[in-house]
Design a protein around this ligand. Structure first.
Ligand code: FAD
Length: 404
């Protein structure tokens, strides 16, 4: 793998660093409007939709430029763009599988965040086994009638549209009877109910659809092609932005070092305690492993490799690391890990965007870190993908426990 930057890359990094230093907002963006404004500013400067082709309003940048930009965003502690699902993989899916009308109608407004998107895949009994989903879309001539329930819909409460998987043919094998739609969330018959999470936040939702409709022109790809289209979105989702993520971990690590310099145990700074030093050393070593893994992915992408099944390795590795990481931070900080803003204890808060995009307590980051091992396919599912599709091992054998 090639780990060197060209003079062009270095110049681009310098320019990007200057832009973020000059423009990054100070303090947390609290309202949706404030987040949209920041999004718009980044869009106007060319830092949104960097991987999208130019003809669809993006920058057409390669993986290296994108990685440098996301690295600089993380370094500047810049809040993430809004509409992450739309920009990260729903837009690119429309670019690959959509009709000219769909591209014309939706893409620009995804980029500018004028319309927010969500992903309507999971159902109460269909998560890992997504192909068993039961939401139905029945052909009514010029439109489909949609009935069913989705769950864990991130940003569903603020979304204008969703990419929807629904069953259009119950008679064929389960993978073949699913179709994919661009679904209007702001219509009668759509009931969105936020779900409160262990973190105290409520970023995801249940979505009930009762006789909701979707026009034929909003079918994406062919009827029955939904499963194949879902694979496109999941490949993008798991590929992720690994280098920026590592830079954010490193910012959290620097914050941890700062806190352990201030905190005292038996009259001595915590950072001088040999047990604490060993733990922090281990974290740092793991962080470096993550950094090189991210660079390896970047190097492969630069050579034109598709994210594909191998992106499961990155996803499994960073999400399990993140859990260990924030757990160790909790161990080291003890009760200070619970500190929120104010009271003269600001230096013990996690004043950076953790991977959830939320600033605040270490406890929040710790609780949120469980999510990474579940969304976009749980760790066990990633292991299956790696075993079967990367290593070529035999397919998993499903045991019916009732019969066994
Ligand atoms: C923060 C967050 C955001 C999310 N956002 C969205 C969203 O926007 N849109 C959306 O559609 N979904 C979303 N999801 C849902 C997510 O995709 C599902 O939670 C995930 O696919 C797992 O499905 P499940 O929760 O039904 O668990 P289950 O599939 O019921 O799994 C339960 C347990 O069994 C294990 N398991 C299941 N099958 C196997 C197997 N074959 N072999 C070994 N172990 C197995 C799993 O690993 C897990 O530990 C989100 C989830 C989270 C946590």
């Amino acid at each position: 793998m090639d780990l060197t930057y060209s003079p062009d890359d270095l110049q681009f990094r310098e320019k990007t660093r200057r832009w973020f230093q000059a423009n990054v907002p100070h303090g947390e963006l609290k309202t949706l409007d404030e987040r949209k404004q920041w999004h718009r500013k980044m869009y106007d400067a060319g830092y949104v939709g960097m991987h999208w082709p130019k003809e669809h309003g993006g920058q057409g940048w390669g993986p290296m430029r994108m990685a440098i930009a996301s690295d600089e965003m993380a370094r500047a502690n810049a809040p993430a763009a809004i509409n992450g699902l739309g920009i990260g993989f729903i837009g690119p899916t429309i670019i690959i599988h959509g009709t000219d009308w769909q591209k014309q109608r939706y893409l620009k407004k995804i980029l500018t965040a004028e319309e927010i998107w969500c992903q309507l895949y999971s159902e109460p009994n269909s998560g890992s086994d997504l192909a068993s989903l039961r939401t139905r879309a029945e052909d009514q001539g010029d439109h489909f009638l949609v009935n069913g329930q989705k769950i864990w819909t991130s940003s569903g409460h603020i979304a204008d549209f969703g990419i929807l998987l629904a069953r259009t043919d119950p008679k064929v094998p389960k993978h073949k009877g699913i179709s994919c739609f661009l679904f209007n969330m702001r219509q009668p018959g759509v009931d969105v109910r936020p779900l409160k999470q262990i973190t105290g936040g409520a970023e995801f939702n249940e979505v009930f659809m009762t006789n909701a409709t979707v026009d034929k022109q909003n079918l994406i790809g062919r009827l029955g092609q939904g499963w194949e289209i879902a694979q496109t979105t999941l490949g993008y989702e798991r590929g992720g932005n690994s280098l920026g993520r590592v830079t954010r971990y490193k910012a959290a690590f620097d914050r941890l070092v700062q806190a352990t310099r201030k905190l005292k145990r038996h009259g001595r700074p915590l950072i001088e305690d040999p047990v604490v030093r060993t733990k922090m050393g281990r974290l740092y070593a793991e962080l470096e492993v993550q950094r090189y893994a991210a660079l390896r992915v970047l190097s492969a992408l630069e050579k034109g490799a598709e994210p594909g099944a191998a992106s499961s390795i990155t996803k499994l590795s960073y999400s399990e690391f993140e859990k260990r990481y924030y757990e160790l931070c909790q161990e080291i900080l003890g009760p200070y890990g619970q500190v929120t803003e104010g009271g003269g204890l600001e230096e013990f808060t996690l004043d950076i965007d953790s991977s959830s995009g939320v600033r605040g307590t270490w406890a929040y980051a710790y609780l949120w870190s469980r999510a990474g091992t579940i969304y976009s396919g749980s760790s066990e599912i990633q292991k299956n993908v790696i075993g079967e599709r990367v290593l070529g091992l035999p397919k998993e054998v499903r045991v019916d426990r009732m019969k066994a």
